[in-house]
Design a protein around this ligand. Structure first.
Ligand code: 2NE
Length: 272
């Protein structure tokens, strides 16, 4: 059972399974195949931030309402010259900020995909750490058909996942792929019957949550580090600082400063 932890969201649902360490973030625009508008993305950013900051949460499920779609990308009816605009008279591409946030979030994010994950919705599932697909899932980029593209993570992460030849195919042809094809291409971790999707995803969450959160955090940043360049190194280096603060050696430096004395690091070994 999920507790509703979300108050003033209009475009998403935000729930936490108390005692399970699982947060679930759902795009709630099923009448538009869960296309996102700037407001949707703003709410997603808030929810992902909350799940990051809540130290009872170990894994985050990211999904779309219903079984017709995970997400169909940017809401094309709101697309203007500068991006997507809903309540402002200027456009945004704030989904790019959300992609970076998911990539850097130091907890696993699992895309739970039923139905269409296409366009910018396909990129969102790709930036998640794992994807559990229902057998009715459909994957693909549509950008070149509708006069758009995501040459950022949409290109680079895809190329890592499926290889450059397949990535070119996906972007040049803008074809749709079945769940079985996506599994064969390395786009998803597993495929299950749509009525078992949530059950299977929760099983994966529980299995992850039995393991060491710090080990998982380091594995996520390590797997991203080389591809993310300076930002990737900065993240894994931050993890090293985090761990160092927990050591006596790190604490001696702080204590010496606060006690206005010289630090004594002589008792700490210079390991090979
Ligand atoms: C997703 C897909 C294949 C579903 O097809 P189907 O036949 O199952 O549903 P239908 O009838 O097309 O869609 C149902 C309703 O949802 C709306 C439709 O217009 C329709 O509305 P009504 O006719 O009932 O009023 N709808 C669906 N997707 C929408 C969207 N993205 N924006 C606005 N309304 C949408 C089929 O619907 C489809 O192909 N959708 C469009 C996919 C697409 O091209 N997405 C944009 C890619 S570009 C992008 O996301 C992007 C980027 O490239 C770079 C940066 C940021 C974003």
């Amino acid at each position: 059972a999920m507790d509703d932890a979300g108050a003033a969201f209009t475009d998403i649902l935000y729930e936490k399974a108390v005692g399970e360490g699982i947060a679930k973030i759902t795009i709630n625009r099923p009448e538009r195949r869960n296309a996102f508008r700037p407001q949707t993305v703003k709410e997603l950013i808030r929810a992902f931030n909350d799940a990051r900051d809540d130290n009872s949460v170990g894994v985050i499920i990211f999904t779309g309402k219903g079984t017709m779609a995970f997400c169909s990308g940017g809401d094309q009816s709101l697309r203007g010259k500068e991006g997507y605009a809903d309540f402002d008279n200027f456009g945004r591409l704030n989904v790019l900020d959300l992609q970076v946030q998911i990539r850097r979030l130091p907890k696993p994010v699992i895309a739970m995909v039923a139905g269409y994950a296409v366009g910018g919705g396909h990129v969102l599932h790709m930036v998640c750490d794992l994807t559990i697909a229902a057998d009715n899932a459909v994957f693909g980029q549509t950008g070149p058909k509708v006069g758009s593209f995501d040459a950022g993570f949409g290109a680079s992460i895809m190329s890592r996942l499926v290889g450059p030849k397949r990535a070119r195919e996906m972007w040049f042809m803008a074809r749709f792929y079945s769940a079985a094809e996506a599994e064969k291409m390395g786009l998803v971790n597993t495929v299950v019957p749509v009525e078992k999707l949530e059950e299977e995803t929760i099983k994966w969450c529980r299995e992850i949550n039995r393991n060491s959160p710090m080990a998982i955090r380091l594995c996520k940043s390590a797997i991203n580090a080389a591809d993310d360049g300076h930002a990737g190194l900065q993240q894994i280096a931050g993890d090293a600082t985090l761990l160092f603060y927990g050591t006596e050696e790190g604490t001696e430096g702080k204590n010496a400063y606060l006690q206005r004395r010289k630090p004594d690091f002589s008792r700490f070994p210079r390991l090979p």
